[in-house]
Design a protein around this ligand. Structure first.
Ligand code: 5AD
Ligand code: SF4
Length: 471
């Protein structure tokens, strides 16, 4: 048994991270034959992409995916720690699985992802959830076959969570969700330690993948007919800072643009590491989408300092205006937290003021949620939940107004859309996303799925555009 340890997780060594090739331990090849699995993913794109690896690993062992957990032989939860409600959702599911296990004692239950890295979560599982048969963390995903086999051989709860990152694992199998859009990891972990955020503890230190491995992966995707890649990292702008070579995000973006993949996206960008060079490269290459996610978190310089964000309201606005000036038609989205400990009405008004200046294309807004072991969770917080909810509502009103306004500007324009699939809303045949990442619903033949086609915007709603194919 190896339990999570926060002290280890907070350390940042200067040791160089080595890479290691994944291979499935041969003896494990058939343990899933004639068995089914159900994998539930919570949280961000990183987790979604980890789940694509997990699915492929399980399928290499013979398991088959089904979409009803009640009938599965193996149920695995890939969890998220970012806010309390993600945490509660996973524990809610564990409660349901506890009952299921009473009816079907043979079912195997596993938990992985960020929550597995939390000391408190694992302690609770040990104490109250003996039904959870195995747990593994974000640094030992590649060891899933070994951990699972150990449980199946011994029938004893198996917990293996590494708190130190270990090597970069290359060559893991992947079962991608889409045949047209792909996630590609470029950097793991985060060294920013924003005071509210649990990620630096659950995902470890900043480690960049080698550029050759990333470019090779994108080139393979191009050959397979993929239309879009999203380069993933907690902070993609820090790409390369831990490598010996002078090679940063701007160089990587440029080299990936040259693979001629039709669309490149990247997320998430911390304003601190956003260089002028990056802005130039984004402006220069038509296949780099002009859509930037640039979390601001707060518009109050006082709160930003307490959050450890390393920029002020003024310097954020300076960067924002520079990006808008240099990249015509760029769309910028953001994340905002309200109710950080000590946030006053005046601080909140600063946030509203910033939002009014930026008129974001999209904003994801959250009430601050104290996370185990983070510095902010130890701060005094006198603002009532009622007040925080009221701030969130006022913020959302403004955010939605700009969202709609930005969509309305698109009416009459022709957008290039990557058509994703049939629409399940029953109202239109198809849906896809514009270059600026706006959801678009329209009528057309299934032949368009997986292609980038021009469509003309005819109507807008707050959350989407309605279009017709442009001939
Ligand atoms: N409480 C609320 N929101 C948070 N986020 C990260 N940590 C917390 C927290 N403790 C938000 C930030 C981040 C996004 C992914 O989640 O806005 O950008
Ligand atoms: Fe969390 Fe800050 Fe790192 Fe983003 S940059 S993952 S908010 S610590």
């Amino acid at each position: 048994m190896q339990l999570p340890n926060y002290k280890e997780a907070s350390k940042r060594s200067r040791e160089k991270v080595e890479k290691e090739q994944y291979h499935l331990p041969v003896e494990d090849k058939n343990i899933g034959n004639n068995k089914t699995y159900y994998l539930k993913t919570y949280g961000c794109q990183m987790n979604e992409h980890d789940s694509e690896n997990i699915k492929a690993i399980l399928e290499e062992m013979g398991f088959q995916e089904i979409d009803n957990y009640e009938h599965a032989d193996l149920v695995l939860l890939n969890t998220c720690s970012i806010r309390e409600n993600a945490h509660n959702k996973a524990f809610g599911m564990l409660g349901r699985l506890k009952h299921l296990k009473q009816e079907r004692p043979d079912i195997v239950i596993g938990l992985c992802g960020c929550m597995a890295q939390e000391e408190g979560v694992v302690a609770e599982i040990l104490e109250r959830y003996p039904q959870v048969n195995f747990v593994f963390g974000t640094h030992n995903l590649h060891r899933l076959p070994i951990i699972l086999k150990k449980y199946l051989d011994t029938h004893k709860q198996e917990i293996e969570v590494f708190s130190k990152e270990g090597n970069l694992i290359e060559g893991m199998p992947v079962k991608r969700m889409s045949a047209y859009k792909a996630y590609v990891n470029i950097i793991y972990g985060c060294d920013k330690f924003c005071t509210y955020c649990i990620v630096p503890y659950t995902r470890g230190k900043q480690r960049s993948r080698r550029k050759e491995d990333i470019i090779k992966e994108v080139e393979t995707l191009v050959k397979e007919g993929y239309q879009e890649v999203t380069l993933l990292g907690q902070n993609v702008n820090a790409y390369g800072k831990d490598l010996e070579e002078e090679y940063g995000m701007e160089n990587l973006l440029e080299d990936i643009a040259k693979t001629n993949i039709p669309r490149i996206r990247f997320m998430t960008s911390h304003p601190w590491d956003f260089t002028d060079k990056m802005i130039e490269v984004i402006a220069k290459y038509p296949n780099i989408m002009k859509a930037i996610h640039l979390p601001v978190q707060s518009g109050s310089s006082r709160i930003l300092r307490k959050m450890g964000r390393r920029y002020t309201k003024e310097s954020y606005l300076e960067l924002f205006d520079k990006i808008k000036r240099t990249i015509p038609d760029v769309s910028i989205s953001t994340d905002i937290i309200v109710g950080f400990p000590g946030e006053t009405e005046e601080d909140f008004m600063d946030t509203l003021d910033l939002v009014k200046h930026c008129r974001f294309d999209n904003a994801f807004t959250f009430i601050y949620s104290p996370r185990e072991n983070t510095p902010a969770s130890r701060l005094v917080d006198n603002t009532s939940l009622e007040e925080k909810e009221d701030r969130l509502q006022r913020l959302n009103q403004i955010v939605n107004q700009y969202f709609l306004e930005n969509n309305q500007k698109k009416v009459g324009t022709v957008e290039r859309v990557l058509v994703e699939d049939h629409n399940e809303n029953g109202k239109t045949d198809l849906f896809g996303y514009t270059e600026s990442n706006k959801l678009i619903n329209f009528n057309g033949s299934a032949d368009y799925i997986g292609k980038i086609i021009p469509v003309k915007v005819t109507e807008t709603k707050t959350w989407s555009l309605d279009d017709e194919i442009y001939k």
